[in-house]
Design a protein around this ligand. Structure first.
Ligand SMILES: NC(=O)c1ccc[n+]([C@@H]2O[C@H](COP(=O)([O-])OP(=O)(O)OC[C@H]3O[C@@H](n4cnc5c(N)ncnc54)[C@H](O)[C@@H]3O)[C@@H](O)[C@H]2O)c1
Length: 363
């Protein structure tokens, strides 16, 4: 049920490291509609930094179970911990009757993701996944054209989240047991979720893929903008590729890298339909009309450099606003848990196929 709009939504954080500040920034844009009342982190320094920036009276905890027990008035929780610590606090918070926004990827694997989704359903609470790219104007424009049938049947979608040399040199992004994987689960997930959303969220049925590790587990051998990552604890892939088949006959290919021998980084989705197509980064649509092929570009939507579209902060803040509007006003949850489950199935399928050496069924 919608909450009284005059009362602020009371939020607590689990994980107060890097991305929690982007969540808090998004909430701060909503003024007194949101009040951050508590934060939990196993690192005192992260908690102190968070409270120094967002409020000295934010109550500090080291254990989210204690926090959930003591903070009886909480409405919602932002889960901003490493991937391996998404499932447990999300389920505990939902069971304690709190709405949850959990960062991407939803979990380590689809099994965890499904358990989180089922718990939210049972508890009748909102579960939102930190998928901000679906709030980008380009994503919305392409999704709307697809929804109206302007491209006809969607045949093939090419997804790329490629870094030439961009191995995170902070956090635990190189540790498989804490993250579930490397670039496929960490950044491939972003472009995959927006592509899947634009396609209308079809059900994935099979996947094939491969992963390779060849640079991240060795000392840095070439100058780069994120130097000196922890190669000794690096257990994830450098490059992953996959092909996914959906129940409506469409296919998606995904390429994701922390490091690859390519000319430059790519962050893009290309859509090919029977009647039309689009490329996301330059907001360009491809059509045939009156005997000619046309490229229609919308320069105000962003991309291609020097645009007046939304930047990363804007789309992130819109994601945080949507979460509040869902729990307070009953608006549609744009990044619902079920989308997180399907995206996780895609990622799981690619990793499982890489391990098995052949195409696998997605359960
Ligand atoms: N949406 C995005 O664009 C985006 C960007 C960056 C990171 N992320 C996601 O956010 C999550 C966190 O990434 P980050 O960059 O903030 O990492 P980070 O390492 O900076 O912060 C994570 C924090 O969680 C804390 N933590 C770990 N285990 C904990 C536990 N058991 N209880 C309480 N706190 C615990 C750590 O001490 C740390 O302060 C990851 O899942 C990542 O994929 C999303």
């Amino acid at each position: 049920m919608a909450k009284d709009p005059k009362k602020p939504i009371k939020i607590a954080f689990i994980g107060t490291g890097g991305i929690s500040h982007a969540h808090a920034t998004g909430f701060s844009k909503l003024g007194d509609q949101v009040q951050i009342v508590a934060g939990c982190d196993i690192k005192q320094e992260a908690l102190d930094n968070f409270c120094n920036k967002w409020g000295k009276d934010i109550r500090q905890y080291k254990d989210w179970k204690v926090m959930l027990k003591q903070e009886k008035d909480l409405d919602a929780v932002s889960v901003c911990t490493p991937n391996g610590v998404h499932c447990a606090p999300t389920i505990d918070a939902l069971k304690a009757g709190k709405h949850v926004i959990v960062e991407k990827p939803m979990a380590m694997n689809a099994k965890e993701a499904k358990a989180m989704y089922d718990t939210a359903k049972k508890a009748k609470k909102t579960l939102t996944i930190g998928f901000q790219w679906r709030f980008d104007h380009r994503t919305r424009m392409i999704r709307s054209l697809i929804e109206k049938g302007e491209f006809g049947k969607i045949l093939y979608v090419r997804v790329q989240a490629l870094r030439r040399r961009g191995i995170p040199n902070w956090g635990v992004f190189g540790q498989k047991k804490l993250q579930g994987g490397g670039p496929m689960i960490d950044i491939g997930v972003h472009c995959c979720e927006m592509a899947h959303y634009m396609m209308g969220s079809p059900k994935p049925v099979t996947a094939s893929g491969n992963t390779w590790t060849y640079l991240g587990n060795k000392p840095m051998n070439a100058m780069c903008s994120w130097p000196n990552w922890d190669y000794k604890t690096y257990t994830v892939e450098d490059l992953a590729v996959g092909n996914v088949r959906f129940d409506n006959g469409a296919m998606m290919s995904i390429e994701a890298s922390f490091c690859a021998h390519i000319e430059k980084d790519v962050w893009n989705v290309q859509i090919m339909g029977e009647k039309g197509g689009a490329v996301w980064d330059s907001a360009t649509v491809f059509r045939d009309q009156d005997g000619y092929m046309w490229n229609m570009n919308s320069p105000v939507l962003g991309g291609g450099g020097g645009s007046n579209g939304l930047d990363w902060n804007d789309i992130f803040n819109t994601k945080m606003r949507n979460f509040i509007e869902v729990i307070r006003d009953g608006k549609q949850n744009i990044a619902d848990g079920i989308h997180g489950v399907m995206v996780q199935q895609i990622l799981d399928g690619i990793y499982a196929s890489a391990e098995a050496g052949h195409e696998v069924k997605i359960k």
